[in-house]
Design a protein around this ligand. Structure first.
Ligand code: SAM
Length: 255
């Protein structure tokens, strides 16, 4: 195992043993739900529209899935089966208890011990930038995906360069915040898939849930907070989406 991967594993095993703060993933509060579900919903809606299908026809593997928050969102959307993977065994222990609908498997995102084309969809959210070799993580996703991959990761750009976090520190282990764009996604995908047909799209949008959540709490009631956040994201994406800080990459094999 690459030493960077080993360090991430040790840090996250420790974090998942000591932190018990995962209830937000199971929250029924409409604002929390909106903030947590939004990016996954946009990616999945785009995929379902492009493939003219419904989640019930798809088996999904989630990479770097932690305690299974994204897995729960996908299971709630009606995916046929959802497997959550992570390098941390402790995370997956929490996942199993949190949501017994989810299958779990310990996997290193850089070297998935899974056969080619094992899952219809392979998805990652806020995970590839924890790998020392994020592009290798992507090509592993493409190898294991039978039909499609969704990659929800930071987007490169001027604002991110000026204001974005460069280095993250989780429990003393540092990772570089690798930022994507459509050209990078397209080139990494086509280099790997060669001449087999594929659809590659990088949706670009704004995502700043901590700021939005603080803003919502300043308003007079929860309903007003939720509506204000929805409107803010709508306006941000409409007016400034082209410089957004987040990528929802969708790759469809043999479209
Ligand atoms: C910031 S957390 C995000 C977890 C989850 N996506 C979420 O939003 O709750 C990053 C996750 O990546 C996992 N991770 C780090 N390196 C990994 C690797 N090489 N393979 C698989 N998972 C890894 C960590 O254990 C951690 O759960």
């Amino acid at each position: 195992m690459n030493s960077g991967v080993q360090q991430q594993k040790e840090s996250f095993e420790n974090i998942y043993t000591h932190s018990k703060n995962w209830e937000h993933w199971d929250s029924k509060d409409p604002l929390t739900r909106y903030l947590l579900d939004r990016r996954l919903q946009i990616g999945v809606d785009h995929l379902m529209e492009r493939t003219n299908s419904s989640p019930a026809d798809w088996d999904v593997l989630v990479l770097c899935g932690g305690v299974g928050g994204e897995g729960t969102v996908l299971a709630n959307m009606g995916f046929r089966s959802v497997t959550v993977s992570d390098i941390s065994e402790n995370a997956l222990q929490v996942c199993k208890v949190r949501d017994p609908r989810l299958k779990t498997q310990v996997l290193n995102g850089e070297k998935l011990e899974v056969a080619d084309g094992s899952y219809d969809l392979v998805l990652v959210q806020d995970g590839l930038h924890h790998l020392p070799r994020p592009v290798l993580g992507l090509t592993e996703m493409l190898r294991v995906a039978k039909k499609a991959a969704i990659v929800i990761e930071p987007h490169a750009g001027i604002v991110a360069n000026l204001l974005g976090t460069v280095w993250e520190d989780h429990g003393g282990t540092v990772n570089y915040v690798f930022r994507w764009n459509e050209l990078l996604l397209e080139q990494a995908t086509r280099s790997y898939l060669l001449q087999s047909p594929c659809y590659v799209k990088a949706l670009r949008l704004w995502n700043h849930n901590i700021v939005m959540s603080r803003f919502a709490k300043k308003l007079w009631n929860k309903q007003a907070g939720l509506q204000a956040v929805k409107l803010s994201y709508l306006l941000l994406d409409l007016l400034f989406g082209k410089v957004g800080n987040m990528m929802i990459g969708v790759v469809i094999k043999n479209p």
